[in-house]
Design a protein. Structure first.
Length: 170
């Protein structure tokens, strides 16, 4: 077995050509090798969802995936959400406005799960939201504010899309 494996991966739009140990988890690659500490590690067993990122357009627990499995893949982390000028993504704005975050530990995973859902289902119903977000544990909010946040984010994203289509910047 080789000591290191070559992985070519795109993270938040930037291409990386890395040599990693075969047992390196995606979460460790993101946090350690790429210094993207926004992806939180909670249970390290795939139960809490704090480490959720989007891999090839699918919400993925980064603590359960080996980096070597992702050669050629595209990964988005919570760091990809805000614009370069600091403008918050609609999901971030909605979570702030609707109090969908408290201590913040689960927030990166919640934001990424919400983004993946809203990209797939632009106007989700409560059942869609509960199912999609159900794998992300939060000890602070009681989830009602999270559901409201995802609904509000969907509206903000729809407003942004219609503004872009009409040529008006939101």
């Amino acid at each position: 077995m080789p000591d290191k494996v070559r992985v070519r991966i795109t993270v938040n739009g930037a291409r990386h050509d890395l040599l990693v140990e075969p047992r390196t988890l995606l979460a460790d690659l993101l946090r350690g090798d790429l210094a993207l500490a926004g992806t939180h590690l909670g249970c390290e067993q795939g139960v809490c969802g704090a480490c959720t990122v989007i891999v090839d357009d699918v919400a993925t627990r980064s603590c359960l995936v080996f980096a070597a499995q992702l050669d050629g893949s595209s990964v988005r982390t919570v760091e990809s959400l805000a614009a370069a000028d600091g403008t918050l993504h609609p999901v971030q704005r909605a979570f702030t406005q609707e109090h969908g975050l408290q201590c913040g530990f689960c927030t990166p995973g919640m934001l990424m799960a919400a983004c993946e859902l809203l990209e797939r289902v632009p106007e989700p119903g409560r059942e869609d939201i509960e199912e999609s977000m159900g794998g992300n544990l939060c000890r602070c909010t009681g989830y009602q504010n999270i559901v409201r946040s995802v609904n509000a984010a969907g509206r903000l994203m729809a407003d942004r899309t219609s503004s872009e289509q009409s040529g008006v910047r939101a």
